[in-house]
Design a protein around this ligand. Structure first.
Ligand code: 5AD
Ligand code: SF4
Length: 436
């Protein structure tokens, strides 16, 4: 029998990218191959994001686009997975009756049986937070070769309850996967060609599946032969313990790049966000990290226009950014999320938010560019990932996560090489093999 075809569209964070891979692998066991074209699919699965209003609305407009396909081929099955599935559940089927299946992020191991149910004409909905660990029940990853970088989820959920955020509701309480299982999966990925692993968790540095916490897991992973680079994301400042700070100085395989969101620079706003730390505490933490690893590049997330944010509060965010100097950053206008405490507070007008976002992004872009330009003349190590657009060109990432283009014939994906940076463009660096 010809394999059935699965089209997965992934929205949102890297954890969704990882989950989509795992779902595709689980469905492989049910005779599905993935396709890049929704029109060829027997099943369309949207792996959704609920973090901001726009992200959630995108799902409904995307579903609308499949109406014609579904009308032409009624046996096409349509599923919604991810955080919108978790947050809205049955409401999705009410709004879009053509949806056959709704599955929340903690129930992906039940996807094969849900698929069988919809195949026989039923509807399937599962948004439970089951006791069992979905990863124990998801089929093992197949042995096929893959690219040199991979995500690996080690922790899920969040107990922090920042006042703006839906994650504690959509992903549930913090859960860590046991270190042994993470190590087995990492070894397996390395056998399949992976050289760099990014450990994922909504609050990854609160990981407790190893006696030594996340630092313990990183040191254990560093022992895996063939694994050259380790990264992790996303971290909360309050869970950056001494061992993890130290690891940045002592573990060669841990890359000098850290995503450490602060969200805002005003203590009043940080308090109302329920972040549980001040701007000063964050800055002291950065100092300790830089003492452990002086060349550390920092990345952050920022929200502008949080309820009751004044111009002076916003200025405090700009001041904090000036003090830190970020190598990269993500910034958002505050988006009201139903059910979160901040949604009940007095809102900042939309045009104010637009104006602040523009000013914030101008500063962040300037910093990003100046740190990137400062790489010119320096040597970096690049893990090559794929051919570039020009013939004979390869692209990879430096330890600081800058994209680096090199014109060379002797390099294949998965190679690590020392590269001298010669120029800096809008989004990437260009370099030559070293020694020349
Ligand atoms: N509005 C805007 N941005 C948000 N984020 C989370 N919730 C919201 C919201 N309601 C941002 C935070 C977080 C990132 C993943 O998304 O900056 O760190
Ligand atoms: Fe959301 Fe991160 Fe705050 Fe948790 S720590 S509530 S995931 S922003």
């Amino acid at each position: 029998m010809a394999p059935k075809k699965l089209y997965i569209k992934t929205y949102g964070c890297q954890m969704n990218v990882y989950d989509s891979e795992r779902m595709a692998e689980a469905m492989g066991g049910e005779g599905y191959e993935t396709t890049e074209r929704p029109e060829d699919a027997d099943m369309i699965l949207l792996n959704t994001c609920h973090i901001r209003e726009k992200a959630a609305e995108k799902v409904y407009s995307e579903l609308g686009r499949y109406k014609g396909l579904k009308a032409a081929r009624p046996d096409l099955k349509i599923g919604v997975a991810g955080c919108v599935a978790q947050a809205e559940g049955e409401e999705i089927m009410r709004r879009q009756p053509m949806v056959d299946l709704v599955v929340g992020p903690q129930s992906y191991h039940r996807l094969p049986e849900m698929e069988a149910k919809v195949r026989s004409g039923g509807k399937a909905l599962d948004t439970d937070f089951p006791e069992e660990d979905k990863f124990d029940h998801l089929k093992g990853r197949p042995k096929a070769k893959r690219g040199p970088t991979a995500f690996l989820t080690v922790q899920e959920g969040c107990d922090k309850f920042c006042a703006f955020c839906v994650v504690p509701y959509t992903r549930g309480a913090e859960v860590s996967r046991p270190a042994e299982r993470v190590l087995t999966e990492a070894r397996d990925l390395v056998e399949r060609g992976v050289r760099e692993i990014t450990l994922l968790g909504q609050n990854v540095n609160a990981y407790h599946g190893h006696d030594g916490g996340l630092a313990g897991l990183i040191h254990a992973l560093a022992e895996v032969d063939g694994l050259e680079r380790i990264r992790f994301t996303t971290s909360h400042p309050n869970d950056m313990d001494e061992a993890l700070i130290e690891a940045h100085g002592t573990c060669d395989k841990l890359m000098p790049y850290l995503h450490l969101p602060v969200q805002a620079g005003s203590d009043k706003i940080l308090k109302r966000m329920n972040r549980q730390h001040t701007a000063e505490q964050y800055l002291r933490l950065i100092e300790r990290l830089r003492a452990a690893r002086p060349d550390l590049h920092l990345s952050g997330d920022f929200i502008v226009g949080f309820p009751e944010e004044t111009e002076a509060d916003f200025q405090a965010t700009l001041d904090l950014i000036e003090a830190v100097e970020y190598g990269s950053a993500f910034s958002f206008k505050y988006s009201e999320r139903p059910g979160t405490p901040a949604a009940e507070r007095p809102q900042v007008p939309e045009d104010e938010k637009d104006d602040r976002l523009q000013r914030l992004q101008a500063l962040l872009t300037k910093q990003q560019r100046s740190l990137q330009d400062a790489m010119v003349g320096r040597d970096v190590h690049v893990l090559f990932e794929k051919p570039g657009r020009l013939p004979g060109q390869m692209v990879g990432k430096s330890e600081y996560l800058h994209a680096v283009h090199v014109e060379t014939s002797g390099i294949v994906p998965g190679d690590l090489a020392r590269i001298r940076i010669e120029s800096s463009g809008p989004n990437s660096l260009k370099g030559v093999m070293y020694p020349l």
